[in-house]
Design a protein. Structure first.
Length: 402
């Protein structure tokens, strides 16, 4: 018996003894997304082609409506990793919405990559060995360990939130990933010496970028993070209180008002603002490189953001600041591997090398928990900075030969 020539969406024929069996089969996309209906037998309609086609069309329409509703609802969990990633990005209570701009950009980048690479894979079909193989591919066999590590971190964050949101089938995969011992990038060991920082500052001035010179001086002398010194741009909807609004974004960061008349800088870093509340207290009188750069700024211009992009009159964006560092680094003949963010680690390294206590270094870096009262807290941190800065200055001073 010849195969029937009836055409209808989803209709498939399979040979059977003495004839053919008819079935409607959902699309591969519907199957991967967990469509509740599987293959439907329709052999009894083979003798009535029009009725068979109508049944297939009805089943097809039901499937398309289901898929359309799923596509329109980003909070729908269909069992795929793609739905895990979408829920993490769109649920109003997801910690994704509380990421700082410096973390948000790489998260968005890697969420998109994960969606493209493994979005169609079902959560319950993945085991630890799959993830281990993915990590090796993402890391390009160790050539790019940070790329693999970042994907794993983002995937774990998404799975963890989906567990909290009630999708408990994500727990097994999240726990399996936690058990893996995956190689990551080695800790950075590169740091700049005081002489190299002075060369960078001189190069910035030669390029007529005095604001960059001030930024490098503050990063190195105070050990503040780059994104605190230069500030960060937030979406308008972000709850962070900001000093500058431009277009659809607003800016918060280090301002001139954070430096008192006594030349003591008091600032709560963005990383601790919503957690421990730890504040850094810096005596700039023991930061000669900063004082020299501040002296270059006319008194009447010492208001608003500390670091301004002279080309725009606004605080730097990350790409603008990075581009400036590349030009300065090249002009100063510094190592290509040296990042501007390394200036914070360079400060800690210089202080520890000069004999500063670990506890003082931690306080200066803003790593300690807040003390019982503000007065005790300020005095402890201020004295810690004075000891820390003195150790650094002592190391720079050439010792007389005995």
């Amino acid at each position: 018996m010849d195969k029937p020539k009836i055409k209808a969406p989803g209709l498939k024929f399979r040979p059977r003894s003495g004839g053919w069996a008819a079935y409607w089969i959902p699309s591969p996309e519907a199957v991967s997304r967990g469509y509740p209906s599987s293959t439907v037998p329709l052999t009894r309609y083979i003798g009535t082609p029009e009725l068979l086609a109508d049944q297939c069309q009805r089943l097809q329409n039901d499937m398309l409506v289901w898929l359309d509703g799923l596509r329109r609802n980003p909070l729908a969990f269909d069992g795929s990793i793609g739905s895990v990633l979408r829920i993490y990005q769109t649920h109003e209570e997801s910690p994704f919405h509380r990421l700082k701009p410096g973390s948000l950009r790489p998260y968005v980048t890697y969420l998109r990559r994960l969606e493209r690479e493994i979005g169609d894979v079902r959560v319950d079909g993945v085991i630890g060995l799959h993830v281990k193989r993915w990590h090796a591919e993402w890391s390009e066999a160790g050539a790019k360990p940070a790329a693999g590590q970042m994907r794993i971190a983002v995937l774990k964050a998404a799975l963890t939130f989906c567990i909290v949101a009630g999708h408990r089938s994500c727990r097994t995969l999240r726990d399996d990933i936690r058990e893996l011992r995956l190689p990551g990038p080695r800790p950075r060991s590169l740091y700049a010496t005081a002489d190299q920082v002075l060369r960078a500052i001189a190069a910035a001035h030669a390029l007529k970028r005095p604001s960059l010179a001030l930024a490098y001086a503050v990063q190195f002398e105070t050990a503040l993070r780059q994104w605190d010194v230069t500030g960060q741009w937030y979406p308008l909807k972000d709850p962070t209180i900001c000093a500058v609004v431009h277009g659809q974004h607003k800016w918060a960061g280090l301002e001139w008002r954070h430096i008192g008349e006594d030349l003591v800088l008091r600032y709560t870093p963005s990383k601790t603002r919503t957690s421990s509340g730890a504040e850094v207290v810096i005596d700039l009188r023991l930061c000669p490189i900063v004082l020299e750069e501040i002296a270059r700024v006319p008194v009447e211009e010492r208001y608003g953001p500390l670091i301004i992009n002279g080309a725009t009159g606004l605080p730097f964006t990350d790409p603008q600041f990075a581009a400036g560092w590349r030009r300065v680094r090249s002009a100063a003949k510094l190592p290509r591997e040296l990042w501007s963010r390394d200036l914070r680690a360079s400060a800690i390294t210089e202080g520890r090398g000069g004999g500063a206590m670990t506890d003082d270094a931690a306080k200066v870096a803003g790593h300690s928990k807040p003390r019982t009262t503000a007065d005790v807290y300020d005095r402890e941190r201020l004295e810690a900075h004075r000891r820390f800065a003195a150790a650094r200055l002592d190391r720079r001073t050439p010792k007389a030969e005995s």
